[in-house]
Design a protein. Sequence first.
Length: 245
Amino acid sequence: MQCPQLFKYRAIDRLPEPPSAAALKGTLVHEVLERMFDLPAKDRTPVNVAELIEEAWDALLADDPTLLDVAVPGGVASSADVVAWLNQARPLIEAYFRLEDPRRLEPEGREIEVRTETASGLVLRGFVDRLDIAPDGAIRIVDYKTGKAPKPAYEGKALFQMRFYALVVWRIRGEIPKMLQLLYLGSGEIVRYEPTEDDLLGIERTIMALHEAIERAIELDEWPTKTSRLCDWCAHKTICPAFAK
């Protein structure tokens, strides 16, 4: 939807994209917030959770040592520069605690894959940051964002991902989630949305239409470009037809 040509580069051609320090910081914060719920409820305090930053970072490095060069190009794991980079996660953790009290939460699931299949055989799947189930059975889907909350005019775009998750969870569990909640740690704001059946059926129709459009694009090998300010951050700008010299 953002740009068919970019979709081709990423999903069809699978061209590599260089990782960014900003995206890695987001991954680190997500890892910390996931590990937080391994602590006993009474120990989920700002100080204790902040202490998980280095532990989460070590786990990420163990899986992929090249991430060190993404965070601090040319640095070493014990350098002051790495410590300074890790400290950038602290304000985001502090912002989280201004939005929620994790001592009062026991998630049903964290970083869980949700997957279902439509009647036509199309597989829908995604990874949910957190799934909460209230005592009365109400379902809440929570997503952490390390950036700032979008302006009201752009909220619909931000919520598309959450509606997608809600659709998949509905198909799996047979119940429409009561609440979709986006926690924007960069600005300390919460965006909430209560989906309806008509809403989720509309998302399903949109997804099916997108799938048909992708199949047509593959058949015809036609991938229109959609230029915007986001092009300045695109890893494939130098080979994009919209910017060919």
